[in-house]
Design a protein around this ligand. Structure first.
Ligand SMILES: Cc1ncc(COP(=O)(O)O)c(C=O)c1O
Length: 322
């Protein structure tokens, strides 16, 4: 059986179920990190989360956590929007992320998931339950991701619109927001596409189901602005910085029409999971010549050098975990 991320299903399950999860300050066995079926996180998705990547270094059990500071900051921001007081300091949470990576001794890159949630018993009877925090991690082998990035993916414009800030703010990384992403992604998959691009309520391009979107046209790097109902991606910021500082591209953040996705030279997604994933066709219309674009490839190569600690000037974005 082939599991997600290229690991055989059994070996992935074995590694994950043998791992430990940080729960409210304590390391627990995987099976013991549970919540009650009546909790608000289960019933209403009352939680916020982060997705962080730790890249394996050249030495065994040595990882670089990418932009940990920014992820923890966004965790706090998401909690603030949803009026959740996190019961741990930023420093404590950073240490906890590092310990989840180093204690579990994975032998691949690691995807880390901090989550804050209301995990107590049924709210309608007991009232609002306290905010709890947990951090788990799963192995995420690099080869399969690199193969996807070399090949590119096929996307469609979703028939679902992106949730607006005025109803369900995408700027906060809330668990329940991802039902919108799932509607889009599951629909796209059922139509035979790899993923979906969502438009805002006003019909402008917003983002992918779990990633930000970039166009490259005539040497310009163009992305929807932060008021386009996007999650303000930490990788989006990274791509804008390396596009401008290292590749000398002019950066434009503005409204983007759907048809611009068909007429751009290059198109790609950015994110902790997507990293730099080229989109080679949109709604079955080839992007450029339908091959991975040269600037996209340069950005992806630069990105991988940065996250694996090969670029000194960006080493401050990496936190060692070992
Ligand atoms: C909806 C959505 N947009 C954008 C992103 C990219 O954010 P980041 O670069 O911080 O991973 C993600 C990934 O977490 C996401 O889920």
């Amino acid at each position: 059986l082939q599991g997600r991320g290229g690991l055989t299903f059994n070996s992935a399950i074995e590694k994950v179920t043998a791992s430990r999860v940080w729960v409210n300050g304590e390391m627990k066995k995987w099976d013991e990190a549970t919540v009650h079926i009546s909790s608000s996180i289960v019933n209403y998705g009352a939680g916020i989360f982060e997705g962080i990547k730790a890249y394996q270094g050249s030495k065994e059990n040595y990882f670089w956590v990418f932009r940990l500071e920014e992820h923890i900051e966004r965790f706090y921001e998401s909690a603030k929007v949803h009026r959740m007081d996190l019961p741990f300091t930023r420093e404590r949470l950073k240490e906890a992320v590092i310990s989840v990576v180093s204690d579990n001794r994975f032998s691949e890159d690691v995807y880390i998931r901090p989550i804050a949630y209301r995990g107590g018993f049924f709210e309608l009877l007991w009232g609002l339950s306290p905010v709890e925090v947990a951090i788990f991690a799963i192995p995420n082998p690099r080869e399969e991701r690199l193969a996807r990035m070399d090949k590119g993916i096929r996307c469609c414009t979703s028939s679902w619109r992106r949730i607006p800030d005025s109803a369900m703010p995408p700027r906060a990384k809330a668990c329940s927001n991802y039902m919108n992403s799932r509607l889009a992604k599951n629909e796209a998959r059922s139509f035979g596409f790899d993923d979906a691009v969502l438009l805002t309520i006003n019909g402008k391009v917003s983002e992918g189901s779990g990633a930000n979107i970039f166009l490259v046209k005539n040497g310009l790097l163009i992305t929807p602005s932060v008021t386009s109902d996007i999650l303000e991606g930490i990788n989006r910021k990274t791509i804008l910085e390396i596009g401008c500082n290292d590749l000398g591209l002019k950066i434009i953040e503005r409204d983007i029409d759907r048809t611009e996705l068909y007429l751009t030279d290059e198109l790609f997604l950015s994110g902790t999971v997507a990293e730099v994933t080229p989109i080679t066709s949109m709604d079955n219309i080839l992007v450029g010549d339908g091959k991975v674009g040269t600037i996209t490839k340069k950005i992806k190569d630069m990105y991988f050098n940065i996250v694996t600690g090969k670029v000194d000037k960006y080493k401050h974005w990496l936190t060692p975990a070992h």
